[in-house]
Design a protein around this ligand. Structure first.
Ligand code: SF4
Length: 280
């Protein structure tokens, strides 16, 4: 797509991040966006490299702090499409505080988390979403604590859109990303994005065998109680849109942030954006 940069990803062959990124690029194109009106903010980790591999305006945020950067971009330019991307370590550990507040502000952007249930870039430590018995070099008997449920955290924080997808189910993943982009507010998608190098438990085969598609089950995402039920069900792995508030009003509309700052006389924001583009 137009969103593919000329940089070759250095991800391990077979990494789930390839499929996640393809769905993001196609989803952006299908929803009528182009690289000139799209700003991708990435976190730190294997997934954090995504801003380099996508052709758009982009910024590599500080570890765990991609969401506040994305919020700033959207407040300065409510007219452009903002997509924030990161991993489970980045978003649900050091970034957990920012996650809660970005969710409750309902800023009109999408947040795609490549959840591989491990720290990949630092070579395989347990992450916030690792299973309690997941053995790693730093947790030889497993972390011995229950994993964070990011969907429940989002729901408890007042989310207006909560979804989950699987990097390898290309069309379904793309469809879910598109729904997150089109949602008026914070579109959160947790993506099962297997780490083929360090996680031999949460593999492609595991997700293929265990995934239950909510839309095939007749789930109604507008039904809050039904959403709560599937989100708190730790016995199954679900894909689909769990919850969507159709009455959602994004932050910038609630607070009258409508000014297009690209017209500021000294041209500072445009210069900054040109610099970012040159860098990548
Ligand atoms: Fe992907 Fe894991 Fe390799 Fe990182 S270490 S690029 S997450 S497969």
């Amino acid at each position: 797509t137009d969103f593919k940069s000329d940089k070759q990803p250095t991800w391990c062959p077979g990494c789930g991040d390839f499929g996640t990124m393809n769905g993001m690029m196609k989803g952006l194109a299908e929803t009528g966006n182009d690289p000139d009106n799209t700003f991708v903010v990435a976190g730190i980790g294997c997934s954090g490299k995504i801003g380099t591999y996508m052709h758009s305006y982009a910024l590599h945020g500080v570890h765990g702090r991609a969401l506040p950067v994305g919020t700033g971009v959207k407040m300065a330019r409510p007219d452009i499409e903002v997509m924030v991307a990161g991993g489970d370590g980045d978003g649900y550990s050091i970034g957990a505080g920012h996650f809660v507040h970005a969710v409750r502000r309902n800023v009109d952007m999408s947040y795609v988390v490549m959840d591989n249930r491990i720290y990949g870039l630092t070579k395989g430590q347990a992450s916030p979403t690792s299973r309690s018995d997941f053995e790693t070099s730093t947790t030889p008997e497993g972390p011995k604590q229950p994993p964070v449920n990011p969907l429940a955290l989002a729901l408890a924080s007042g989310a207006s859109f909560i979804a989950q997808s699987f990097a390898s189910d290309a069309l379904r993943h793309q469809e879910i990303i598109e729904e997150a982009i089109e949602h008026d507010g914070f579109g959160f998608v947790n993506v099962f994005s297997p780490c083929v190098t360090f996680n031999d438990v949460d593999t492609y085969d595991y997700f293929r065998d265990s995934l239950v598609d909510l839309q095939e089950e007749g789930h109604d995402p507008n039904d809050y109680e039904a959403a709560k039920e599937v989100i708190l069900d730790s016995d199954k792995e679900y894909q689909g849109v769990m919850y969507q508030d159709d009455e959602s009003v994004p932050y910038h509309e609630q607070h009258g942030v409508t000014e297009d700052m690209s017209e500021i006389p000294d041209g500072a924001p445009e210069d900054a954006m040109d610099l970012v583009r040159e860098f990548y």
